[in-house]
Ligand binder design. Structure first.
Ligand code: ADP
Length: 590
């Protein structure tokens, strides 16, 4: 794979865009680091020449003082710049990680399921940690360039042969560093699936939501064994990489040593022939050594930049994935209650082998409540996901009041939806923020009134009141020891409160009472009849007794509509619905 360095200036620009200190800091650090070696090359010459030849004590003291003070100043400046650079680069790293989070919540769910995108995200996350190395490499390359120019100036005036020796030896090391770069890239590519699997396994083991199952089903043993096996694979890859890397690096360093020996011989002969003083010998030897190191840093920096660019590419590639279309052209308001039309919907999940929904068409009239029933895997939840625009059907359209839902702005459309997903998640934030969907600072007295009203309607008010922090309680104990750990049923009631507080024109409840006790279920359904009045509603429920509150029932089977009608009509038809209803009724009676 050809990696282009062309993208590096863009990365540098984008990285420094949000932080105005970045480029000046890199520039200042390059200058200080580039000039610092010079005083240690030049001043010792004068000290030695004074000591061995002229012997002027004040001058000796002046040079020694200059050396000490110069070093002090440079080292302080370098240290301050480096530390500021670390702080600002860390801030940039954190915000790039945040960018990945923002992007992840904006891409199509369909794209988020693709393995290639998951790998990209994993590499993107790792890539962001290269930003520190990226800025360090650029500043050390800048420093080397400055040192090289200055040192060449010194050597040219004294012995140009030294420059030739250093140049030749450094050119010889280029293939070594190029090989190391190839190894770096190969290593980064090879460990991707293993690293992603390892992180996932460890994150599950450290996530206490899995604690019960892991303990009871011995998962702690064999699950972590999987992590160990994956770690072995990663270490195996790393071992091979570091061995080869060490060999090539060793070879490059040996060549540098050969060059130092040749330099020593050239300068030694000059000293013997009294063409140079001991002080000049020291200066030129130091200068050669420094020139070689700076060349080395430049070559190594160049190959490092290629590797870093390779590591940063996935971050930008992930950020370039198309986002869900947010803006639609429709700008009018929708008259309520709304009508919904599913028009010849065919849908297949990106990773699936066959269609989950096959040419599904049905209407829901304004204010009507329908129930969708069917066996597991029939496609009921998929209908809901399409209605929520989490996925796009490959064929057909969903219309709201005759307008394609895709043509509404996502922000406006979301407001229409009051939904409880089957696998809903409450966020680890405060209860009022969870239910009202607002940050604490924006929650008004009126909002809090509405909140208590909804908690009462779903029968969870007294429990919330009994909590030390009431509606200000954090959900889960991740951030607060006094956080809530509700039971499944309590959580479901909170999720229903959240849906109802939104007051959308479409109410969607996917198995809303699965975790509720019979009394709570009865209460919730009693309330739902009132709460969904004047709204267009869809229920999915396996408790067929609850479908009695629906005006109409749609029976789905293997992604197709099998039956449609009222409870009475479907019982008379005596097909799948009647069969499922009778099985449940028989169980209750017996
Ligand atoms: P239901 O709600 O009727 O039980 P779903 O709509 O959840 O069924 O699922 C219908 C089918 O689609 C099932 O076979 C399920 O395995 C499959 N499915 C659901 N989600 C995905 C997904 N993200 N990727 C691939 N297949 C999926």
């Amino acid at each position: 794979m050809k990696i282009k360095l062309k993208s590096l200036p863009r990365y540098l620009k984008e990285i420094s865009r949000d932080n105005k200190y970045m480029l000046p800091l890199i520039f200042a650090l390059s200058i200080f680091q580039g000039l610092a070696p010079l005083i240690n090359i030049i001043l010792p010459k004068y000290i030695l020449d004074e000591l061995l030849e002229m012997g002027r004590i004040p001058m000796i003291l002046l040079y020694i003082g200059g050396l000490a003070f110069g070093n002090f100043l440079f080292q302080m400046a370098i240290s301050v710049c480096k530390n500021y650079l670390i702080v600002h680069t860390y801030a940039i790293t954190l915000s790039t990680v945040k960018n990945l989070g923002i992007k992840s919540t904006n891409i199509d769910l369909q794209d988020s399921e693709k393995k290639s995108n998951l790998d990209l995200l994993e590499r993107g996350k790792q890539g962001t940690y290269n930003i520190v190395a990226f800025t360090e490499t650029i500043s050390s390359m800048g420093a080397s360039l400055i040192t090289i120019i200055m040192v060449i100036g010194i050597l040219i005036q004294n012995d140009w042969r030294l420059i030739l020796v250093i140049l030749i030896c450094n050119i010889v090391t280029i293939p070594c560093f190029s090989k190391i770069k190839d190894l770096d890239i190969d290593n980064a590519k090879r460990g991707i699936p293993e690293n992603r699997a390892y992180r996932y396994l460890v994150s599950v083991a450290t996530d206490f939501r899995f604690a019960k199952d892991l303990r009871i089903y011995k998962g702690d043993k064999f699950f972590l064994k999987k992590a160990e096996d994956t770690m072995d694979k990663i270490l195996h890859i790393n071992h091979a990489y570091f061995t080869k890397n060490g060999l090539w690096n060793g070879l490059a360093q040996s060549i540098v040593q050969i060059q130092l020996t040749i330099t020593f011989i050239i300068l030694g002969l000059s000293l013997l022939a009294a063409r140079i003083t001991v002080g000049t010998f020291t200066m030129l030897y130091g200068a050669s050594n420094q020139l070689s190191r700076s060349f080395n840093t430049l070559i190594q920096g160049y190959t490092d930049l290629i590797t870093l660019s390779f590591n940063l590419n996935p971050y930008y590639e992930f950020l370039n994935i198309d986002e869900v279309g947010k803006e639609g052209e429709f700008s009018g308001s929708l008259s309520k209650p709304v009508a919904l039309t599913f028009e010849n919907i065919t849908f297949r999940y990106p990773t699936a082998q066959e269609d989950t929904l096959k040419d599904v068409s049905f209407n829901i009239y304004p204010g009507e409540t329908i129930a969708i029933v069917g066996k597991n895997g029939a496609g009921k939840t998929t209908i809901i996901k399409l209605l929520c625009r989490l996925y796009k059907p490959q064929k057909g359209r969903i219309l709201i009041n005759g307008i394609d839902i895709q043509s509404l702005s996502m922000e406006e459309y979301k407001k229409q939806l009051s939904i409880v997903f089957q696998d809903f998640k409450l966020l680890p934030i405060q209860l009022d923020e969870n239910i009202l969907g607002k940050e604490e600072d924006f929650i008004t007295e009126e909002d809090i009134g509405l909140l208590w009203e909804k908690l009462e309607e779903t029968g969870i008010k007294s429990w919330v009141e009994s909590q030390p922090k009431g509606v200000k309680s954090h959900f889960t104990k991740i951030h607060d020891d006094k956080g809530l750990l509700p039971s499944g049923g309590q959580e479901q009631k909170i999720a229903i409160s959240r849906a109802l507080a939104r007051d959308g024109s479409i109410v969607i409840l996917d198995e809303p009472t699965a975790a509720l006790d019979p009394k709570s279920e009865e209460e919730v359904f009693e309330n739902l009849i009132q709460l969904t009045e004047g709204k267009t509603s869809i229920f999915i429920s396996h408790r067929l007794s609850s479908t009695r509150i629906a005006d109409r029932i749609i029976v789905l089977d293997k992604g197709e509509i099998l039956e449609e009608g009222t409870h009475k009509e479907l019982m008379e038809e005596n097909r799948l619905y009647a069969e499922m209803f009778n099985i449940q009724a028989k169980q209750y009676v017996s």
